[in-house]
Write a protein that binds this ligand. Structure first.
Ligand SMILES: [Ca+2]
Length: 77
């Protein structure tokens, strides 16, 4: 049984999170790309560390990736 406080996001969880975040701009392709970009070790899940790293990286690049809004969400309990 998966614990509620397990901090790894699987792709489905990430997609629904991403869908909420992007609203009308959501696309499966963008969610896919963002997931792959953040899941640096390719484990198929995003840990909190990977998530933070990914958000920082996307803020630095300013090209694609997650909006800075994510930082607030990731820090919130
Ligand atoms: Ca991973």
């Amino acid at each position: 049984m998966q614990g509620q406080d397990d901090t790894e996001l699987d792709k489905d969880e990430f997609c629904s999170f991403f869908r909420e975040l992007m609203g009308d701009n959501y696309s499966d392709e963008a969610a896919d790309e963002a997931f792959d970009a953040i899941d640096v070790d390719g484990s198929g899940g995003i840990t909190l560390a990977e998530f933070k790293e990914g958000v920082l990286k996307s803020n630095k690049n300013k090209t694609s990736g997650l909006p800075s809004k994510c930082i607030t969400i990731s820090i919130a309990p």
